[in-house]
Design a protein around this ligand. Structure first.
Ligand SMILES: [Mn+2]
Length: 434
């Protein structure tokens, strides 16, 4: 049995040197542990060309452990080209890697497995004219970095655009497995007999990258199979929506701090009306003090907090709050994007557009998409996915109702109006709100 590791989008960066290199160490350790013969790095291993320049010694040292045990196949992604100027990755000694930067593609044949590597490049539309070697009886793995047409558009918003690969490339090359990078959420689809697999970003790179990060362990026996393995050192992105009380008190239980891990990126979104803005700053300081050092990053957002001095001492305000509480709408909670990793690996998403992609029209569209490709679009392609809104019951909290109905400003307006009109009118407004 031959084993391979497929990872992508590690985004090693000077800015987060220690964190990102710790994930590389775990990838190397896992590769050794699995006795894998190949480590496929499917692009965006470095956050930019300059990061590659700055971190190449660290990279070389860590990857060096694999020398003599495992071949490291390094495919450049779009981020390796950022800030590149007229330099080339070939100028650097990246250690014992096979640099797969030949355009339009490179071919590598081994005992039981062969690779077709398609590095990030300006366009792929002439793939039918490429001189692809005829398939042998080996398992064929296609390594690429970009968005696959059809797959991209059936996914969550924000990941379309960028370097577009026609799904047909994978069938045309008669590949068995597409080892893909670029899309940071893990997903699996099919193009003919080929499994299109995005292992997802190997670390949390950007806000909103929910769920466990990891890689794929591929096994080649009689057939090809694969499973997802989590990378613990990557941590997770966790976001919480926290309504504040009038004195900026927060329900700490709903922060689930017990589940926070040192590599986690935490974001707390406060909302609500408070008596005194200073209380919010004190709360922030306190939370940073208690939890800030224990995690990779703790962001606190209080854009949705409004200060309304004197509100707590108003009897009408008390009635107002009570009214809101009684009529609190369901709470909207952010859940991780992924189900159980093992379960997900089995769920193979069908790409309906794959068939259509063959048609000339679609090829044209792909070509157009490639022409329209710009750095901005590349950035967009990697944007945060929208978290799935899931309704769960919750304890009654006035400020949650605010966020449901347009935020603190809205609640403030309602409150000011209610004060003018009196309690009876307020009740009527609350009823009318349903
Ligand atoms: Mn990336």
């Amino acid at each position: 049995m031959t084993k391979l590791i497929h990872c992508a989008d590690l985004h090693l960066s000077m800015e987060e040197k220690e964190y990102s290199l710790s994930v590389l160490s775990e990838i190397v350790a896992l590769t050794i542990d699995q006795e894998a013969a190949f480590l496929i790095m499917a692009g965006d291993i470095f956050d930019s060309f300059t990061d590659c320049e700055s971190l190449r010694v660290d990279f070389r040292r860590k990857i060096g452990i694999l020398a003599g045990r495992c071949r490291v196949l390094f495919l450049p992604g779009n981020h390796e080209h950022l800030e590149q100027g007229n330099k080339s990755l070939r100028n650097f000694d990246l250690g014992n890697i096979v640099l797969l930067d030949r355009e339009p593609f490179d071919y590598l044949g081994f005992d039981k497995v062969e690779f077709i590597a398609i590095p990030d490049q300006a366009g792929y539309s002439d793939y039918r004219r490429w001189n692809i070697p005829l398939p042998s009886n080996k398992v064929r793995i296609l390594i690429a970095h970009g968005t696959v047409a059809g797959l991209s558009y059936s996914g969550p918003a924000g990941e379309s655009g960028g370097a577009v690969l026609a799904a047909d490339i994978f069938r045309h090359c008669q590949a068995d497995y597409g080892a893909l990078g670029h899309i940071h959420s893990r997903r699996v689809a099919e193009a003919g007999k080929c499994v299109l697999a995005y292992s997802g970003s190997a670390r949390v790179w950007r806000r909103g990258e929910n769920g466990v990060r990891g890689l794929h362990i591929i096994t080649i026996d009689q057939e090809i199979g694969f499973e997802f393995a989590a990378l613990k050192s990557a941590g997770q992105y966790r976001e919480y929506h926290l309504p504040l009380g009038l004195e900026a008190e927060v329900d700490q239980k709903s922060m689930e701090t017990d589940s926070w891990q040192p590599a986690d990126w935490i974001r707390l979104n406060f909302s609500g009306i408070v008596e005194n803005e200073h209380d919010v700053r004190l709360l922030e300081e306190k939370l940073q003090q208690v939890y800030g050092q224990g995690v990779r990053r703790l962001d606190i957002n209080r854009d949705r907090v409004a200060a309304l001095p004197g509100i707590a001492s108003q009897p009408l305000a008390a009635a107002f709050l009570k009214g809101w509480q009684e009529k609190e709408p369901p709470r909207v909670q952010v859940l991780p994007e992924q189900a159980e990793p093992a379960e997900q690996a089995q769920q193979v998403e069908q790409v309906e557009q794959v068939e259509q992609a063959e048609q000339a029209e679609q090829v044209e569209q792909v070509e157009q998409a490639e022409q329209a490709e710009q750095v901005e679009q590349v950035e967009q392609a990697e944007q945060v996915e929208q978290p799935l809104p899931v309704q769960t019951p919750s304890h009654a909290q006035f400020p949650q109702a605010q966020s449901q109905y347009g935020g603190a400003d809205y609640a403030k307006r309602v409150w000011l109006r209610a004060r003018e009109l009196g309690l009876r009118e307020l009740k009527r407004m609350l009823e009318a709100r349903d």
